[in-house]
Design a protein. Structure first.
Length: 76
């Protein structure tokens, strides 16, 4: 895979209910564990549309992440 083809995915990822259900059922039948919902949708042969995100949309899971988020908000 070429470097220019790599994308960073952010959440939330949004899909129509029937599509995401089919993607998860297909993955389960194939005993396939993907990394995210978009990968499972692609597993079904569907094209996932990418839209620009915000680099400040960070995932907050640790106390340090929260401190970083607070600093980013304060700088805006």
């Amino acid at each position: 895979m070429k470097r220019y083809m790599i994308r960073m995915a952010q959440t939330p990822q949004a899909f129509h209910y029937n599509l995401i259900l089919r993607a998860h059922v297909t993955a389960q039948k194939r005993a396939y564990a993907g990394t995210d919902d978009a990968e499972l949708v692609e597993l079904c042969g569907e094209v996932v549309k990418m839209i620009p995100g915000d680099p400040y949309n960070i995932k907050i899971t640790t106390h340090e992440d929260l401190k970083l988020a607070e600093a980013l908000l304060a700088s805006r």
